[in-house]
Design a protein around this ligand. Sequence first.
Ligand code: FMN
Ligand code: 173
Length: 371
Amino acid sequence: MSETNARIRYEDWEHYAKKRLSKGAFGYVQSGSNQEQTLVKNREAFNDLELVPRVLKDVSNRDLSIKLLNQSLAVPFLLAPVGFQRIVHPDAERASAKSAQKAKVPYIMSTVSSTSIEEVSEIMRDVPHYFQLYWPNDQDVCESFVKRAEKSGFDAIVVTVDTPYLGHREVDLSNGYSPINTGAGIENFLTDPVFQEKYNPNHDLSEAELIDEIKSILFKQDLTWSNIRWLKKITDLPIILKGVMHVDDAKLAVEEGIDGLIVSNHGGRQLDGTQSALKALQTIRQEIGDDIPILVDGGVRGAPDVLKALAIGADAVLIGRPYTYALVDGEAGVDQVLNNFTKDLDTSLAILGVNQVKKIDTSVITNSVNR
Ligand SMILES: Cc1cc2nc3c(=O)[nH]c(=O)nc-3n(C[C@H](O)[C@H](O)[C@H](O)COP(=O)(O)O)c2cc1C
Ligand SMILES: O=C(O)C(=O)c1ccccc1
């Protein structure tokens, strides 16, 4: 046994990040909005759901892969879009993407990244990668982002629909902290020809002025289904909506021909007091059946959580804070978390008595067992 104290537990990484990051940066990553009720509920829902393993199944050969949007994914978890990674480590999204590529973990890149669309795509190559769109309140810039993602080889567009405004983040407000004001997360705008032509035609704006321009168009408050229809027309990429919680919105998404949903309350960072993402997933899956792939995020902290989400109907899950804390150690830190997650999933699956992730269903949770 090695004598080193490897950081394995989520709490250890969180503690480590707290020691290493500024109060403002750590608070931004860790906190939820308002009273953080939703942040807590996301975890409680996982605690409340119980797995019931099967025994005497031959689990000597296991398959962790799944199919999503006609692609094969090596594992059923993806890296959630996490913006402003430069506040955690100077290598930022480049480090996360490199690590994801090596571990064959799909990566969802945030609009507010400090590494460009093109660079991330070049790193990810044939490992699935999606572009998360914060819909800029400028149709030309929006179209340019989507076209760049499509051209450089992204596999899907993930439109975040739960953020017409940023949630009331009390920790950030008390710390006087705003990640974008640090100059992080603006690379996609700086490298965008349309943005530059419209907002910085003489190439003479200071960084502070550029940040003000970006902030003025970062979120689109009047986004509706008609914009989504327009998006469908201008791109051939599959479209996933991130931040759907209500079953009626899920039904509308199916009617509109959306390719996938991410049931999410933004990791408890947007509207506080909402239901946990896991419970919302359960309701939505029951109501809409198998018509559409559904992913879920918020509170996934280890392989048993992945198994629980899949058991109640998720096709895959996203992890956010777990890899963000590990990014404090750059690519090597993210490597540790991703390899650990994959190993954990492989053995947890076996102990659950299932040999293929694809085969997990409601028969392995108590609700269906204690009939
Ligand atoms: C520091 C941080 C930044 C985030 N940035 C984005 C973002 O740019 N776009 C987005 O759609 N979601 C963003 N999210 C939300 C995540 O994609 C995801 O929904 C959430 O973190 C999942 O919960 P978890 O952290 O409990 O795993 C961010 C979350 C965190 C913690
Ligand atoms: O912190 C977030 O969750 C987030 O998504 C975000 C996006 C843009 C600006 C600030 C925060």
